[in-house]
Design a protein around this ligand. Sequence first.
Ligand code: ADP
Ligand code: MG
Length: 391
Amino acid sequence: MTLFETLVSNTIKEFKNQFGVEPKWLASAPGRVNLIGEHTDYNDGFVFPMAIERQTVVAAAPLEKGPAKVFSVQTDEMVDIYVDGSSKPPITPADVKWSSYVQGVVACCFEAGLKVPPFCAVINSNVPLGGGLSSSASLEVSVATLLETIAGKKLGEKQKPLVCQKAEHSYAHMPCGIMDQFVSALGQKDQLLLLDCRTQEPKMIPLSDESVSVFIINSNRKHELTGSEYPERRAQCHEAAEVLGVPKLRDADLMMLESARDNLADKQYRRAKHVISEDIRTQAMAEALIAGDWERCGELMYQSHFSMCTDFEITTPELDLLVSLARLLGVEGGVYGSRMTGGGFGGCTVSLVKTDKIEKVSDFIRKNYHAVTGIEPTIFATRPAQGAVAL
Ligand code: ADP
Ligand code: MG
């Protein structure tokens, strides 16, 4: 059995265990990894993610009367979810619970005209929660896909991820961009998704060369955050764009940035430098990928990491170490490139690795990362996966 088949079968088992009947509906949606283009989304720039072979699965059946009952295997908790449009978003970020994500999607789908009768459901996932692989988007998109199945009616192709994003904004108090939900909903097997966050136009770029694998390494170390880091970066980018006289940093280039340097605070300058250069790297990566120029792809990934480390300041010593170990192996040792991926301050690195060297690369990094940090990293290879489906 594949990992996915095992997940589906365990979810069905747990559903019968919780509710004593067979599920009638099943839906799934994947997590994602962003190959390059970090913190560019809310600056109206480019991101380059793919869906990964890790999913959230939801199994459900009708209930006679509401509220809906939803159980998560990961939190081992059953909650009430209101399907009649009567729910209210949590007032402060401190009031957000895991169930807020589910309630948010149900409420925002209701608002978008996707109304469902009461149901009972079990949620199960092998996307690590809070590991930077977007368990939140995979949860939201799997629930939205389930609601489409129950209602027998579909949201628009782009409407679905936008509704899920709205749920995360309003019910999880997380002002996220559109990347995670878009790729979880629209990802395709063996395809990367180059997304222009301004036009919200996705462009599929094939990654079908089987000699190259996408490697994800979870540093398994999350740093204590005050919660202000993400909004702070957003605000600094916004201020920098104002000084540069452009609507968003997407509209600025490096020449404009250099000529305005004296008017920018040091942090504003460095934040803008990361975003503007990252947009260039992301588009260059798409070109290099189409050309099959893996060494160029790798170089762009290292540059991206360096920029996030020195200018955007969102990496951690553990993520820097993982990238240094990859670099030490180099192309000879089987690694084309590596970088931190996701919002930062912990989580994962993404690397392009020669498929026939996967074992060696994995052993080397595991051993040395553990020797320095005492932490066991989680390592897996994945190919670009299919987005959300009703099963
Ligand atoms: P990431 O999306 O990188 O995994 P987030 O902090 O954005 O991290 O989202 C993680 C949160 O999403 C969890 O803390 C939990 O509230 C919710 N969540 C995601 N998957 C599940 C799940 N399978 N069961 C319950 N809650 C989940
Ligand atoms: Mg998330």
